[in-house]
Ligand binder design. Structure first.
Ligand SMILES: Cc1ncc(COP(=O)(O)O)c(C=O)c1O
Length: 319
């Protein structure tokens, strides 16, 4: 089945080998630069939003609701994409972390989103508040499309199956040498899409999700991947050992970890690439630590999917 999709980012994003890092670690390490996808400061949410907002538009919604932490990259990119589509955007953010006007909160404002902080630790409370606000807006003649945290629905995950197809087309010999795809896992949709895409387009590659939060992603990711395949009316066609979760959370979600800082500095200084301390810094550092421990034995090159997040560098210091 063909699903509707908008064109919001600039794709394909670059994919290339990190020559200096590969030489240092004795392994072919590539990067997929989804941080350069051409919307705001880039990031993984744009591929998801191309599907999610296509559905919103097709169904006549004029307003978008979404949620996340105070410094949510997903919320900021939703604000950017909604603005471009002429839709109103309301962000119901957890009143936790850096709530001053820094980092992504500056960008949310520039993109014209309405930010409301909700004093809770539970997304269920936020979804209840979305329902209440949505009913209010409806009375005023509007229609609000609700996007859950991280845009991690089966439909959103399809954006990352597309990313793997794009990589397969970009890689020499269609990725014959790629044994691993690694990415940060925060709500699961990106990893789910990568898993699905790998089965279809890079079947020799194993997907490693690097958890930056403690949720049980080994259960969440396959369910999202199956749901995404179902939307296309096909089977996910999973193979044993095609996916694993490794965690590098440190002291907690969105808490910068001192162990990651040397790896963040090294990538900047050797390759000119910025990572953030909440998602990509943890994923990158977790990947290199795993590599040193022999955790990527015998399967060819590694592709690190850079999922963005640079605005966090302007909201918090590295540890
Ligand atoms: C920069 C960045 N990388 C990775 C992720 C994780 O992606 P997902 O939520 O699809 O697991 C996020 C999610 O917010 C993010 O903002």
């Amino acid at each position: 089945m063909k699903l509707e999709k908008l064109s919001l980012g600039v794709y394909p994003t670059p994919l290339y080998k990190l020559e200096n890092i590969s030489a240092k670690y004795g392994r072919g390490i590539w990067v997929k630069r989804d941080d350069l996808c051409g919307v705001a400061l880039g990031g993984n949410k744009v591929r998801k939003l191309e599907y999610l907002l296509a559905q919103a538009r097709a169904q006549g919604y004029d307003t978008v609701f979404t949620t996340g932490g105070a410094q949510s990259n997903h919320a900021m990119l939703t604000a950017a994409c909604a603005a471009r589509l002429g839709m109103d955007c309301v962000l119901l953010l957890k009143k936790r972390g850096v709530t001053e006007r820094r980092g992504n909160l500056v960008l949310d404002d520039i993109y014209g989103a309405q930010v409301r902080f909700v004093d809770t630790d539970s997304y269920d409370d936020i979804y209840a508040e979305m329902d209440r606000l949505g009913a209010e807006l409806e009375k005023a003649g509007h229609k609000a499309f609700h996007i859950p945290v991280g845009g991690s629905t089966p439909l959103g995950a399809l954006g990352y199956a597309d990313c793997v197809r794009e990589m397969a087309e970009q890689l020499p010999d269609h990725g014959a040498q790629v044994g691993h795809i690694v990415s940060a896992t925060g709500s699961g949709g990106t990893t789910a899409g990568l898993l699905l895409g790998a089965r279809w387009y890079l079947p020799h590659a194993q997907v490693t999700g690097m958890g930056v939060d403690d949720d049980p992603f080994e259960d969440i990711v396959p369910v999202l991947a199956d749901g995404a395949a179902e939307l296309l009316g096909v089977s996910a066609d999973r193979a044993p050992g095609d996916f694993r979760m490794v965690y590098n959370v440190g002291a907690g979600y969105a808490v910068p970890n001192p162990e990651d800082t040397p790896y963040i500095r090294e990538l900047a200084r050797m390759e000119g690439i910025l990572l953030d301390p909440v998602y990509t810094g943890k994923a990158w550092s977790g990947m290199l630590k795993l590599l040193k421990e022999g955790g990527f034995a015998g399967r060819g090159d590694i592709v690190f999917v850079h999922t963005g997040g640079a605005a966090a560098l302007f909201a918090m210091d590295l540890a």
